[in-house]
Design a binder for this molecule. Structure first.
Ligand code: AG3
Length: 280
């Protein structure tokens, strides 16, 4: 049999990943996007939305653990958590590892992504069975506008900020998030590649600084995302974020107290990057 390849349609990166595919397991067009599930010999299954690979079974933990565990551990006692996007359930799984969480609301605009994840990605979507999980199919941007002092942690696990996810990177949205958080709440969002999307990272960081007193950037390696070196923006009303506020007791593959600190860029380097004194 001949090898079959899938070439990713990354909207910004100057390189395109090409995957060897053993089987196309699912292909459809939902109300919002094209959804595909591909089987690969190297990465396990891939979830592809609008031509961009969102996750693979082999390395998804390197994204989900950092995105969720850093804000969850920076907060001393997160009880109520809001996830915007994240319809595959990976971020929800990480959040629900914490016994202190009483309620985790996941708002994803596209219910077909949740259904597809339930069918093909049980190690991520089993989190939907947890009685503390509340799933809402709505536009997260709209949902957050009606919340006030409700959440300890808010996490955005979105697709690239093109199309309907773009509004989730605006200063206006960050103001709604600020209001939706409790007085010591923490916000985190995935904010793309540190080199290919640096202008976007800087813009997001500067907008967050207009709204929150504490703003920072952490990174992790995600082997399937172009550039590999991925950023997460974090903003806090009160708690420092560069170290965990409590002991790491949850089971993880890569996240630890040490990795939490390591994920943050040295202050001088971070400052020069955001001020545009240094370009990657
Ligand atoms: N969401 C972020 C995917 C970004 C990939 N972008 C890219 N390669 N240009 C992942 C969702 C997983 N829960």
């Amino acid at each position: 049999m001949k090898d079959v390849f899938f070439i990713e349609r990354d909207p910004y990166a100057p390189v395109r990943h090409c995957y060897t595919v053993s089987k196309v397991l699912y292909e459809s067009k939902s109300e919002y996007q094209e959804i595909m599930v591909l089987e690969t010999p190297e990465f396990g299954k891939l979830l592809v939305l609008d031509g961009v690979v969102q996750l693979d079974e082999k390395y998804e933990f390197m994204y989900h653990e950092f995105l969720a565990q850093v804000p969850m551990h920076a907060h001393p006692n997160p009880e109520t958590v809001l996830i915007i996007g994240g319809g595959d359930g990976g971020t929800l799984r990480e959040v629900l590892k914490h016994d202190c969480v009483k309620r985790a609301v996941l708002v994803d605009i596209d219910k077909e992504v949740i259904e597809v994840s339930k069918r093909f990605f049980p190690t991520l979507s089993s989190s939907f069975e947890d009685p503390r999980a509340i799933v809402i199919n709505e536009d997260g941007y709209k949902y957050v506008q009606d919340c006030e002092s409700e959440f300890d942690v808010i996490i955005v696990d979105s697709t690239d900020p093109v199309g309907f996810a773009h509004v989730l990177t605006t200063e206006e949205f960050f103001r709604f998030v600020h209001r939706a958080l409790k007085e010591d709440g923490i916000f985190t969002a995935q904010t793309e590649s540190i080199h290919y999307h640096l202008d976007m990272v800087v813009k997001i960081q500067k907008s967050l600084r207009k709204v929150f007193p504490i703003v920072d950037l952490f990174t992790s390696v995600v082997p399937i995302y172009a550039g590999y070196w991925w950023t997460y923006s974090i903003a806090s009303k009160k708690h420092p974020v560069r170290q965990p506020a409590r002991e790491v007791k949850v089971q993880t593959k890569i996240y630890s107290e040490e990795m939490h600190r390591y994920a943050f860029l040295p202050e001088g380097f971070y400052g020069r990057l955001i001020e545009g004194e240094f370009r990657l």
